[in-house]
Design a protein around this ligand. Structure first.
Ligand code: ZN
Length: 195
């Protein structure tokens, strides 16, 4: 493979990019060689060298522990458990959570052969037993695997003196009732609150 084919070959492996968009991306990069292609290549190289899994929470960061684990202003009494780093980014973008995270690195799945040993679970169990921890939020997807994983974790944490919570489900902000699936509508009705 020549240089051009190699770039296209690897770009086409990115999520959301097929061969066609990879070709367009390469053309764009070559036209912006100085302002985009070289800086991007440098940034990719630097990130590949520097970014590691946080040994505490499993987040990706250039420092270990990560900047969230090191941030003393965050609430150490709450741990929010998520499937992967993308979920941490989503919650941080929303800016509504000021506790700590724990990244599992996947979900239990009988179908895909993912068992407890494949997930970052031991760290969670020991962190949850620390005296300052009062609550563990299980923020998994509302899918079969997500709920199986949440049940498994709540069983493992059962002996500890902490509250185990999960995210509320219901009508999305800006959502119209007419467009909701039956499961969401049923959950929203069950979880109704006094005004
Ligand atoms: Zn961390």
């Amino acid at each position: 493979m020549d240089e051009l084919d190699r770039v296209m070959h690897y770009l086409a492996k990115l999520p959301g990019l097929g061969p066609r968009s990879a070709r367009r991306a390469v053309l764009h990069l070559l036209r912006k060689r100085e302002t985009l292609m070289h800086p991007l290549a440098d940034a990719l190289g630097a990130a590949a060298e520097a970014v590691r899994d946080c040994s505490v929470c499993g987040n990706l960061d250039a420092s270990d522990p990560c900047h969230i684990c090191k941030d003393e202003s965050r609430d150490g009494s709450v741990i929010c458990v998520v499937e992967d780093v993308g979920d941490v980014w989503a919650l941080e973008r929303a800016g509504a959570f000021k506790g700590r995270y724990h990244v599992l690195g996947g979900l239990l799945s009988a179908l895909d052969g993912v068992g407890p040993d494949d997930l970052n679970l031991d760290g969670l169990i020991s962190r949850s037993g620390a005296p300052e921890v009062k609550e563990v939020i299980l923020a998994m997807d509302a899918t079969v695997d997500g709920q199986t994983t949440a049940h498994y974790i709540s069983d493992r944490l059962a002996g500890l003196d902490i509250s185990i919570t999960r995210l509320a489900r219901g009508v999305p902000v800006g959502g119209e009732l007419d467009f909701l699936d039956d499961g969401t509508l049923t959950q929203a009705l069950k979880a109704r609150r006094a005004l």
